[in-house]
Design a protein around this ligand. Structure first.
Ligand SMILES: Nc1ncnc2c1ncn2[C@@H]1O[C@H](COP(=O)(O)OP(=O)(O)OP(=O)(O)O)[C@@H](O)[C@H]1O
Ligand SMILES: [Mg+2]
Length: 368
């Protein structure tokens, strides 16, 4: 899929930005604080109606304005998809895809898939478990509306179970009624865990290849899901039901559920050593990039066409050899790279834009 045009109105510091994107590589340059990340954020926002930088969509509106608007045209195998997103200070946001109003976020899945890399994404490797759960959930959500629904369902059931644990003072009553929630919880949870495990299984071989390519070393990456054991849903379900029962006393003491996909983790290992605790900054960066490129492969397989790759400020941390490698890795995929300068330009087709104070000032196109 390729974004052909992008129009921003009052989005962050972009009062009015209109760009025609190159179907291959797009280089967005500009000094610090000019609006490069803001532009990346707009592209990512179109894919999931949420920002990688803020949970408060009102932050996205240009200061002093009441609403922001993003419009874009996406060329896909099956035709053009038009996006029109209104972000409102007061009242609900309105998201239209081909003129149809999106009522459930699961309806967005499968439309526009973006993979976003920024230096902050290193937290996937170095941050807490929540970062890794978000990473995997975001990826799967991009290709499966059913998974989005499962996550929503899980959250609701978990909320009910926690409510019972926290507010019911009569222990006998908890023991009497919690079984119903346990069954519901384990049903949804086991499906979520099964999907996450299958995703990791697919991701790993690609990530291993990309890591070797980017880091030019023989480091062996391994990824393990840390949660209930079992490969099939039924097996995971049985383990989970048992674990919930065994932990009930502790859950009652704490007033919330300690076991389930909301507490699971993903372990990245380099040569059998936990990457979270032991990897260097450079290694964490290479793992993160390898994961993002592996995601690109999986999404391409699932959707039948590549997602859009958004690399915000990736080059400030990569030597020219790796920059070239990265251009090679995304060949044939539409990609957006931002940076203050581009010392090393692609040898293939690309467009270059310059942003000054939220306005696109300059454009160069190189066709090969
Ligand atoms: N809602 C908003 N209204 C107006 N301006 C905003 C809003 N949100 C952010 N900005 C401004 O946007 C600018 C930052 O833009 P952005 O993060 O895209 O910069 P950048 O070009 O990526 O810079 P860097 O190279 O430092 O990463 C800041 O000046 C900030 O004040
Ligand atoms: Mg930036």
């Amino acid at each position: 899929m390729k974004l052909t045009s992008l129009k921003l109105n009052n989005f962050r510091n972009h009062a009015k930005t209109e760009i025609e994107l190159n179907p291959e590589i797009n280089l967005i340059s500009g000094l610090n604080g000019q609006g490069k990340t803001n532009l990346c954020e707009a592209v990512v926002f179109l894919s999931k109606a949420s920002s990688p930088r803020t949970h408060q969509t009102s932050d996205l509106i240009l200061a002093g304005q009441n609403s922001a608007n993003i419009q874009a045209s996406l060329a896909k195998k099956e035709g053009i998809v038009n996006f029109n997103f209104n972000i409102n200070k007061e009242g609900d946001n309105e998201y239209f895809v081909n003129g149809n109003k999106i009522t459930k976020m699961s309806e967005l899945a499968g439309n526009l898939a973006t993979i976003y890399f920024s230096p902050q994404e290193l937290k996937i490797v170095t941050g807490g478990p929540q970062e890794r759960r978000d990473f995997i959930d975001n990826d799967i959500s991009m290709i499966s509306g059913a998974y989005v629904n499962l996550l929503n369902r899980y959250e609701k059931v978990l909320f009910q179970r926690n409510k019972l644990l926290k507010f019911e003072k009569d222990i006998a009553k908890i023991i009497d009624t919690i079984g119903v929630w346990d069954i519901e919880l384990a049903k949804t949870a086991s499906r979520i865990i099964k999907i996450r495990k299958s995703f990791i299984k697919k991701l790993l071989p690609f990530a291993q290849v990309y890591l070797k390519e980017l880091s030019e070393n023989k480091e062996e990456l391994n990824i393990t899901y840390i949660g209930q054991p079992g490969e099939e849903t039924e097996e995971i379900y049985n383990h989970l039901i048992k674990a919930l029962e065994e932990n009930l006393e502790r859950d009652m003491e704490l007033g919330y559920t300690l076991i389930g996909p909301h507490r699971d983790d993903i372990k990245f290992e380099l040569n059998q050593t936990d990457a979270r605790s032991f990897s260097s900054q450079g290694q964490a960066r290479s793992i993160t990039l390898a994961l993002k490129l592996a995601e690109m492969k999986i999404i391409t397989e699932e959707l039948g066409e590549p997602p859009i790759m958004v690399f915000d400020d990736v080059f400030s941390e990569l030597d020219t050899k790796r920059q070239k490698k990265l251009y090679d890795c995304v060949l044939g995929t539409q990609s957006i790279f931002t940076g203050t300068t581009f010392k090393f330009k692609p040898t293939t087709e690309f467009s270059q834009f310059k942003i000054v104070s939220g306005a696109v000032k300059e454009k160069k196109v190189k066709n090969t």
